[in-house]
Design a protein around this ligand. Structure first.
Ligand code: G1P
Ligand code: ZN
Length: 539
């Protein structure tokens, strides 16, 4: 029986760059989830007759939220739900299934790389039929709906069994439970040279993939161990857990520290990689070697010819403004366009749809291509393995050869966390007002050539977005400031710094960028305004 339940609006259900993301404790409030889902359905003109893809990264509350959403979809007249077995879907697999089935939308229950468990975060990513995140116009509309919602619809029925593959009916709605890993594997086989990678593993190449107790474990076992023949046990932390076993599933030097120590120790395998909670981020490591995500994007682009799916040529490339300029130098050499877009994957999607770009990436460990409309962690790992198999070179050799060819862009991101919201907003507003006064002046021996807000005009829909403040120096160094859009605890100020070197490749990035960090802190008056004398997190 369809029930109409009265409810009242909550504040704070605004979508960020990738959907809603909240503390579990917030989401547990009465009707919070129901309000959001009904508002979303209302905002997109209802879901009657539509097909949606549904799944999540297995984090705490996924099981309960899935059942609620299934029952609400049925009550709202949805025609069909395609659901990952046991309710599990990585973000890239979800985008793929959505596109493959020409579905009208997708919901991925995940707070990406944020911690899970009852005291962690929960989130919902909404994708449109394009396979990517919705426009800000649509997310604004959803937010407006959440402010005036008075009731939601839900089917009163028992929970649905999501453990068995196959089709079942719920009222008039069809539910198809699928094995998403099979579809995803097939897609990867169409892109990469699996035979070459198999030979690489047969030759004794050693490999570790850290799934961080999150969604990619089963995908990685199927692809790397079963299909490609990596040694059994190569995939570690392979069983998805509601609290990720206490790990913070963000693949970077700080949160994947066990993997990093392994790679810097005496028994390091040839290659290691990690993915985040929902499988769209990646970190690449060689023996005693870390590849910065900005470099990784540039290196993949420079080596595209080794990959069967791209060997006939690529369109352009794109990076977020905060990401280092390394890939732009490659694009220039290849004679393809390099776009600079605001932070957030959705800004790449119009460029992919209009065939302006093939590859894109962000400094925050996200890399991807037009095969789907999300970043893709396993795709990036396979890309590296394919290059290694084709060239016979190690991760560090490939990267060093790249630096020799293009120079090295030293790059780091410095985060100042949990700042009072007003303090952060004022800091950014005043910095923006002061920007032009920096031009032509010298700070710490470096002359500012230009300083301005980053404003992007989307070449497809003409929309304008302002996101971040940029300061350029005469020697090629650059500082970018922006406030995080995904944090759940006060404001996070991100300061992204790069310096370019033609010859000197062996400095520690922290040492290399220290003086620029000092300049960045002075220009934005970070210590005076926040009381912080150093960043809370450097990645
Ligand atoms: C962060 C990253 C950004 C990424 C987003 C979603 O957003 O910086 O590159 O697209 O997560 O994964 P931020 O918190 O900086 O707004
Ligand atoms: Zn993610």
């Amino acid at each position: 029986m369809i029930k109409t339940v009265s409810t009242s609006p909550y504040n704070g259900q605004k979508m960020g760059t990738a959907g809603i993301r909240q503390k579990v404790q917030t989401v547990l409030q009465k009707n919070y989830l129901e309000n959001f889902i009904q508002s979303l359905f209302n905002a997109i003109g209802g879901v009657k007759g539509q097909t949606f893809v549904l799944g999540g990264d297995g984090r705490y509350y996924n099981d309960i939220a899935l059942q609620k959403i299934i029952k609400m979809a049925a009550a709202n007249g949805m025609k069909k739900l395609i659901i990952g077995q046991n309710g599990m879907l990585s973000t890239p697999a979800s985008s793929h299934i959505l596109l493959k089935n020409h579905a009208d939308g997708g919901l991925t229950l995940s707070a990406s790389h944020n911690p899970g468990g009852i005291n962690g975060d929960f989130g919902i990513k909404y994708a449109t039929k394009t396979g990517g995140q919705c426009s800000s116009a649509v997310s604004d509309k959803i937010f407006e709906e959440t402010k005036r919602i008075t009731s939601y619809k839900i089917l009163e029925t028992d929970d649905i069994d999501l453990s068995k593959k196959g089709v079942q009916k719920l009222g008039d709605m069809e539910i198809e439970v699928i094995d998403p890993i099979e579809d995803y594997l097939e897609l990867m086989q169409q892109i990469f040279d699996f035979d070459a990678i198999k030979k690489l593993f047969q030759s004794g190449f050693s490999f570790v993939f850290d799934a961080m107790n999150a969604v990619t474990g089963p995908y990685a076992i199927k692809i790397f161990e079963e299909a490609l023949g990596a040694k059994k046990g190569s995939v570690i932390n392979a069983v998805p857990m509601p609290d990720f076993g206490g790990l913070h599933p963000d693949p970077n030097l700080v949160y994947a520290k066990d993997l990093v120590s392994l790679m810097y120790g005496d028994h390091a395998p040839d290659f290691a990689a990690a993915n985040d909670g929902d499988g769209d981020r990646n970190m690449i490591l060689g023996k005693k070697f870390f590849v910065s995500p900005s470099d990784s994007l540039a290196i993949l682009t420079d080596n595209y010819r080794y990959i069967p799916a791209y060997k006939n040529g690529i369109y352009g490339v794109a990076k977020s403004a905060a990401t280092s300029t390394a890939v732009c130098r490659v694009a220039k050499a290849l004679g393809v366009d390099c776009y600079e877009v605001p932070t957030g994957w959705k800004n790449f999607c119009n460029l992919m749809d209009s065939k302006r770009i093939t590859f894109c990436g962000e400094e925050s460990f996200g890399t991807g291509s037009s095969h789907i409309r999300e970043k893709d962690g396993i795709w990036a790992v396979l890309f590296w393995l394919n290059i290694i198999a084709a060239t016979g070179k190690s991760v560090s050799q490939i990267t060093r050869d790249f630096w020799k060819k293009y120079g090295r862009t030293y790059y780091l991101r410095f985060d100042f966390e949990a700042i009072d919201l007003k303090v952060a907003d004022d800091l950014m507003a005043d910095l923006e007002n002061n920007l032009s006064s920096f031009e032509g002046k010298t700070y710490g021996g470096r002359k500012v050539t230009s300083a301005h807000p980053f404003v992007y005009q989307d070449p497809v829909d003409g929309s304008q977005t302002k996101n971040g403040l940029l300061v350029y120096f005469e020697d090629g160094a650059r500082i970018c400031y922006r406030l995080s859009g995904t944090g759940t605890n006060g404001a996070t100020l991100r300061v992204y710094i790069e310096a370019y070197e033609k010859e000197n490749f062996d400095e520690n990035p922290k040492d290399k960028l220290r003086s620029l960090l000092d300049i960045a802190m002075t220009l934005a008056q970070i210590e005076k305004r926040t009381g912080k004398t150093k960043p809370d997190l450097t990645t």
